[in-house]
Design a protein around this ligand. Structure first.
Ligand code: TRP
Length: 334
């Protein structure tokens, strides 16, 4: 049997809102790069989702290309995977409409991300923000994936996608594969440096996030300023959220265990530890940035990758969409 046929399928996506952070890298991109040989992969830049909050058009366009160039810079191979922009595959918006008729108002009102985002953007609680999870369900279900790698904050959305898929399958017979969420192992949930109880965010305008395109000075400075506690011992413990987070970051970049890190810094203070974390992160980013700079300066190649990716994605997405249109009873002239 051809290898393609026995490989499981995965799909994931990142919003092109702002620049990706080391949290996106450690929690998503780096794992995707590892999975690309063992899975049949679709990696999407979800630009339709991005406009649920106001975007500056020129920045949105640029952020889409930057996100793609970062996918490539971390080693995600366009020949092995479908890399594409959501807006280039119309089936996402089309299936989203159909699925919205199989999603309940009450279900969407219970989504914690909707509640959080509508509190944060109280001047713009638009219908797209409300139906965001339906579009996400369409992103997923179009590709019939076995697994959807996401951070734990997206688990509720995957559960909703499964509920919608089951509901549709029960009404019309088997149409969608029921996907499983696939969470990275604990320790890769990277928190804000300035507020270590909340997730590191792409849209942080202060010093809480380290962006993949930050230079060495910025990385060292942000880590130096990272919120810690009044103690002085580098130790992973409850109540030491800031230090725990820095230890997670250091561990993720060096492969060292927490025990090893505690030994390495025993008798040394937070200052020495922060400097080591800063140097390590900056070096790792420099490597990614060298590659990024090559990709981002070749727009022709990026366009070609996107065209190719959208064709690969459309092929699968269209197949599912046609099946759905037939099942719900849309008349076809083909
Ligand atoms: N909602 C996801 C996030 O904010 C992004 C996303 C959109 C996504 N569509 C998806 C993730 C499909 C996985 C699969 O992180």
């Amino acid at each position: 049997m051809e290898n393609m046929d026995i490989k499981k399928t995965i799909l994931s996506g990142v919003q092109p809102s702002g620049t990706l952070t080391i949290g996106n890298y450690l929690g998503a991109l780096r794992n995707w790069a590892k999975m690309q040989n063992d899975y049949n992969c679709y990696f999407c830049v979800v630009d339709l989702h991005a406009i649920t909050v106001r975007q500056v058009p020129a920045e949105l366009r640029q952020n889409c290309l930057k996100t793609l160039a970062l996918y490539l810079a971390v080693g995600i191979d366009p020949n092995k995977n479908a890399l594409f922009l959501q807006s280039h595959v119309p089936a996402h918006a089309e299936l989203s409409w159909v699925l919205s008729c199989y999603t309940m108002y009450g279900e969407l009102s219970r989504m914690t991300q909707f509640k959080d985002k509508s509190a944060k953007h109280s001047d713009n609680i638009n219908a797209g923000l409300f139906t965001y999870p339906v579009l996400m369900a369409a992103d997923i279900l179009l590709y019939q994936p076995d697994l959807v790698p996401v951070g734990s904050d997206q688990k509720q959305h995957i559960e909703l996608a499964r509920d919608i898929a089951n509901r549709f399958n029960n009404v019309y017979s088997e149409t969608f594969k029921i996907p499983e969420p696939y969470m990275p192992k604990i320790g890769t949930r990277i928190m804000s440096l300035s507020e270590p109880t909340s997730k590191m965010s792409k849209s942080d305008s202060g010093d809480g996030s380290i962006f993949l395109l930050d230079n060495k000075d910025a990385v060292i400075r942000k880590i130096k300023r990272a919120v810690t506690d009044s103690g002085s011992e580098v130790r992973y413990a409850e109540g030491k959220d800031g230090i725990n987070n820095l230890m997670s970051i250091y561990s993720a970049f060096t492969g060292k265990t927490f025990d090893e890190i505690e030994n390495e810094f025993s008798g040394k203070g937070y200052g020495d530890f922060k400097l080591a974390v800063g140097e390590t992160v900056a070096d790792a980013l420099a490597d990614i940035q060298d590659k990024y700079n090559v990709f981002i300066s070749d727009k022709e190649q990026l366009n070609k990758i996107l065209l190719d990716g959208s064709q690969k994605a459309s092929y699968t997405a269209e197949k599912t969409l046609r099946k759905v249109y037939r099942k719900v009873g849309f008349y076809s002239i083909k």
